[in-house]
Design a protein around this ligand. Structure first.
Ligand code: PEP
Length: 250
């Protein structure tokens, strides 16, 4: 049985005081939640303060990116050990905004994913097609490449441990959500592809989250789909009350 994960990606939003206020409210709101795992990924500057609020609660801490080297002359980068030290359990790898604006490739996503696993963090590896790719009818081949290259080389244990986030780029921050049927079709494809590469056990265990304008109004139908194991939520995770409604989708 896959345990659902609802993760909030705060992107480049929130100061330290804003983080503390939001998370103090959120942890109270969701203290009674047992049906899913919960994670929040604030910006790097707020991680330590966030951990101060979340330590010992059922809201886990995640980061939005990591570098693959353990340490070194990489100005502006943050290592997995630093994130673990700050209290993180998860780290996002290959978010489409990183692919689009910061030159992230399947190869660099792969290195980040392995660094996270080596350092004991759970990578949330993001994949997804652009609107142009969907309209050209190449959604499945784009996703196949992203999975085959970005997630190449996992061993039997690791292949069940990672989390995949399917985030159609055209649905991120646009208010357009894939219909539950559209999302389920893609999730089923990803799970089948994963089974072909890593076997049926890994494919049964791997969690595939949906991301792209998840809101309180659409979350429960998305979560009813067989192959959707949670959500990666951007804008709607910024407000404690809204994110609470998403977490309490049941
Ligand atoms: C995201 O940032 O991963 C995301 C899905 O954003 P939004 O929910 O705002 O579309």
């Amino acid at each position: 049985m896959r345990r659902p994960l609802i993760a909030g990606n705060w992107k480049m939003f929130k100061t330290i005081p804003e983080t503390v206020t939001t998370l103090t409210q959120l942890k109270k709101n969701v203290a009674d939640v047992h049906h899913c795992e919960i994670a929040v990924c604030p910006p790097f500057t707020a991680l330590a303060a966030a951990w101060g609020v979340l330590k010992g609660t059922n809201v886990h801490l995640g980061a939005q990116n990591c570098h693959w080297e353990e340490k070194g002359a990489y100005t502006g980068e943050v290592s997995v050990a630093m994130l673990a030290d700050a209290g993180c359990k998860h780290v996002i790898a290959g978010h489409s905004e990183r692919r689009q604006y910061f030159g992230e490739t399947d190869e660099s996503v792969n290195k980040r994913m392995f660094a996270a696993l080596k350092g004991g963090l759970i990578p949330i590896v993001c994949i997804g097609e652009t609107l142009q790719e969907r309209e050209k009818g190449v959604t499945f081949s784009v996703l196949e490449t992203q999975v085959k290259k970005g997630m190449a080389g996992l061993d039997a244990r690791q292949s069940g441990q990672i989390v995949i986030a399917y985030e159609p780029v055209w649905a991120i921050g646009t208010g357009k959500t894939a219909t539950p049927q559209q999302a389920e079709e893609v999730h089923a494809f990803i799970r089948k592809l994963y089974a072909d590469i890593y076997g049926s056990l890994a494919s049964e265990n791997v969690r595939v989250l949906y991301g792209g304008s998840v809101k309180p109004e659409n979350v429960s139908e998305l979560m009813q789909q067989k192959n959707i194991d949670g959500g990666l939520v951007g804008g709607a995770s910024l407000e404690a009350e809204t994110f609470t409604k998403i977490i309490k989708y049941k």
